[in-house]
Design a protein around this ligand. Structure first.
Ligand SMILES: Cc1ncc(COP(=O)(O)O)c(C=O)c1O
Length: 436
């Protein structure tokens, strides 16, 4: 048995859930086939622990590495800081410069708090909003992490979070008493949002939403949410953890011209090094002075140093322009090759967060077979593609050739009704489930 597979089989017994992030479970792409562990990574290339080389045409660090893996400028800055010591009994001065820069990029913001992870920073933002308003309820639209305040949306309802990226999450371990403290609404649904305001407005601490994820807000939607949120005295929090920096430099809300009271960043801000930020107006951040929000590793230096190097690079290079171009090319490959081989391929999403689906009852088997065949050709590939600065036209050309071959093989398997038979393992999981 290969080293990676043996290690992962052991991990599943030692580490409940196998990995620390659902999306990095091999089961989410191709069970028993997707390589679980990497030895090294650079640009859009990865070497697994069995020595196989892959081009990453998939999630690219789940969107954390917008500049590509191990970006030389970011790595240099981080290594330099590590050599001088990245943690001691004093604070990193870089965090003050980072706070200033984030406020300069987002002129509506006046204050900043830092942490290291996305979900964690969302919990910080919600705590601040609750402290500032002295209210409890939160309305949400989108995915905002694993914490109690968010999963509380599914307490008592079978699946309130359906339509918010991850359906079917059971609120196991979340106190029942949090029931009806988190109320979901759907993107672009003004009437649904208005209902929440009418019913809970006076008790709302915050409206928390991704300003967009796969498509633009309808004209006036964000403005409507902003107006009603402010009218009822709640704080508007935009979750920019995934879409920020990739749709435009800074938060996506800058593109739409609608400013929140707080915005939250993580992932691409550190390009693979943990750093997260809540930025906000003085008024919205008032509660942060009095609420106890404090953690040891929020004071190490690698995160802020990485973020400063990322901002330096992104100021000089049009990263959103590049990933839009590459994402568009890839969406066209899916569409053209899908049409050529008469496959029901539907490409969706912003080019910077591209994905496709097989509009077919066997979608799950088909996407697993796609991943299986692409792995055989040296590509980490699934239905989602997060382009990075490291993806060049020549890598995309290699990918195009592979997709053409793979779509031809899938079309043949479909015609012969042999899709299941061709799979070397079970089909991919489409949601969170117990592994053993
Ligand atoms: C919009 C959004 N918010 C929050 C999170 C949680 O971030 P993290 O996984 O860093 O905790 C994610 C992660 O995918 C996300 O996409």
């Amino acid at each position: 048995m290969k080293k990676g597979k043996a290690l992962y089989n052991h991990a599943k017994k030692r580490i409940p859930g196998g990995t620390q992030l659902l999306s990095k479970r091999p089961e989410m792409l191709a069970p028993n086939q997707w390589p679980a562990y990497f030895e090294r990574a650079r640009g859009c290339e990865t070497w697994d622990i069995d020595g196989r080389h892959y081009y990453d045409m998939s999630i690219n660090g789940i969107g954390a590495c917008l500049l590509g893996f191990n970006d030389p400028d970011v790595t240099r800055a981080v290594c330099d800081r590590v050599k001088r010591g990245s943690m001691c009994s004093l604070n990193p001065p870089e965090e003050v410069e980072l706070a200033d820069r984030l406020c300069k990029i987002h002129p509506w913001a006046e204050q900043v708090r830092f942490g290291r992870c996305g979900g964690e920073m969302m919990a910080v933002a919600v705590r601040i909003a609750r402290a500032t308003t002295d209210r409890s309820l939160v309305a949400i639209c989108g995915y905002h992490g694993w914490h109690d305040w968010y999963l509380a949306a599914n307490l008592g309802e079978s699946d309130s979070l359906r339509g918010h990226l991850l359906p079917g999450l059971k609120p196991l371990g979340v106190p029942r008493e949090l029931r009806q403290t988190t109320i979901p609404f759907h993107f672009n649904h003004c009437a649904e949002f208005q209902n929440i305001i009418d019913r809970y407005g006076k008790r709302l601490a915050a409206v928390v939403m991704e300003p967009c994820r796969g498509r633009n807000p309808d004209p006036g939607f964000l403005e409507f949410v902003q107006k009603e949120t402010r009218k009822c005295g709640a704080k508007l929090i935009f979750d920019e953890i995934t879409i920020g920096w990739r749709l435009c430099f800074g938060g996506a809300h800058l593109k739409f011209g609608v400013c929140p009271d707080m915005a939250v960043f993580a992932k691409a801000l550190g390009n693979g090094h943990p750093i997260g930020a809540v930025i906000g107006t003085k008024n919205a951040m008032a509660g942060a002075h009095d609420s106890f929000i404090s953690s040891t590793y929020w004071t190490e230096s690698v995160g802020p140093v990485a973020a400063l190097a990322v901002l330096d690079k992104m100021r000089k290079i049009n990263v959103p322009g590049h990933v839009e171009k590459i994402g568009m090319r890839v969406q066209n490959i899916w569409k053209e090759q899908g049409k050529h081989y008469n496959l029901p391929v539907v490409a969706e999403g912003y080019p910077c967060l591209s994905h496709f689906k097989f509009d077919h009852p066997q979608h799950n088997e088909l996407r697993t077979l796609f991943t299986q065949y692409m792995l055989e050709r040296g590509f980490l590939a699934g239905c989602g593609f997060n382009p990075t600065l490291a993806h060049t036209e020549s890598v995309v050309a290699l990918y195009e050739n592979a997709v053409a071959e793979v779509f031809a093989d899938i079309a043949l398997a479909l015609t012969q009704n042999k899709v299941k038979e061709k799979l070397k393992g079970p089909p991919a999981h489409s949601n969170f489930q117990r592994l053993i």
